[in-house]
Write a protein that binds this ligand. Structure first.
Ligand SMILES: [Zn+2]
Length: 323
């Protein structure tokens, strides 16, 4: 079903001659157009979730290294501008499950010369959840305590003439939520768990997909096997350590604008591998509902103001509640 993960001569031949194209899932398919990025400022992506690329004579291979003790999931895509024609071979289509302490070759392609091969992929830690069709952890705790506009959420029907139309949460990211918060906003865990991924070394970001691998991030493995993910953290903005156990509502980080966002905000999601009716598995984000301060379950929509204290925020929440 899936070929040898080594890039051998057979694979190279396949790379040259195959006509079986692969349609990649563009997770961040519609982001605002980005200005020129000064790549001299970009830090090295961290090994624990990096895409390793290398090869000779224009052949690039995308390899994922998982040095951890839990499975991780790599999500990658190859943009047209990196490709010479469409000469790709995919050994493991995105998203790729990479078992613990394993290295796999995900794909190879013929690269255009003279283009810095960066921003192609990124990796997300996760694990197989047990029976995740019945995730028990929701409603979650709202990850911020100050008033904030919900910039992006699955419910898009809300009246929002003042908002920029954002559609970067597609495919497996469809249940992710973006909060409009200034740099330095305190971030709290949505649920208890173990810190399984910390990256805080980047001070780099831009509006485009090519900057996604440079986003700082903290990830928490929950007891049901799902992963809570908090993205665009400011440089050195994480206050917990890898392998720490954290409680629900614990301060873990301060927000920023690193990665592929273009403006300061907090991106949160809970993702897990789930089993579908046919018994196969797929990675997906889970719907997020929150407990509000009165203990009521809150279903948030784009354009809501959470933790609203201002008259404007309260008014918008009222309008939303009536819809
Ligand atoms: Zn987002």
């Amino acid at each position: 079903m899936i070929g040898d993960s080594m890039l051998n001569s057979k694979a190279l031949a396949a790379l040259m001659f195959t006509s079986a194209y692969v349609i990649f899932s563009f997770v961040f398919s519609v982001l605002p157009a980005s200005a020129d990025v000064d790549w001299s400022l970009a830090p090295d992506p961290p090994e624990r979730r990096t895409t390793h690329m290398g090869g000779a004579n224009g052949v690039q291979s995308i390899t994922f290294i998982n040095p951890t003790n839990y499975p991780i999931v790599a999500v990658y895509n190859v943009q047209d501008k990196f490709l010479l024609e469409s000469n790709e071979v995919t050994f493991y289509p995105s998203p790729v499950k990479v078992p613990a302490q394993t290295t796999i070759l995900a794909a190879s392609y013929l690269a255009k010369e003279g283009i810095k091969q960066t921003g192609i992929g990124f990796i997300t830690a996760t694990s197989f959840a047990n029976n995740t069709s019945n995730i028990p952890l929701s409603p979650y705790i709202i990850p911020i305590k100050k008033e904030a506009l919900v910039m992006q959420a699955p419910n898009k029907d809300h009246f929002k003439f003042w908002m920029q139309k954002l559609t970067s949460h597609k495919g497996i990211k469809k249940n992710a939520v973006d909060f409009d918060v200034p740099i330095g906003t305190a971030i709290y865990t949505m649920a208890a768990g173990k810190v399984v991924s910390v990256y805080e070394g980047s001070n780099f970001g831009c509006p485009g997909i090519e900057c996604v691998p440079y986003g700082n991030q903290v990830e928490i493995l929950h007891k049901d096997g799902s992963i809570g993910s908090y993205s665009h953290i400011r440089q050195h903005g994480v206050v917990v350590d890898l392998d720490d156990y954290v409680s629900a509502g614990q301060l873990i980080a301060y927000s920023g604008d690193t990665g592929g966002g273009g403006e300061p905000h907090l991106h949160v999601e809970v993702h897990a591998w789930q089993y579908d009716d046919e018994g196969s598995t797929h990675l997906s984000t889970l719907p997020l509902t929150f407990n509000d301060n009165d203990g009521k379950v809150l279903q948030i929509s784009e354009g809501d103001y959470i933790n609203a204290s201002s008259t404007f925020g309260k008014l918008i929440n009222l309008i939303t509640a009536k819809r």
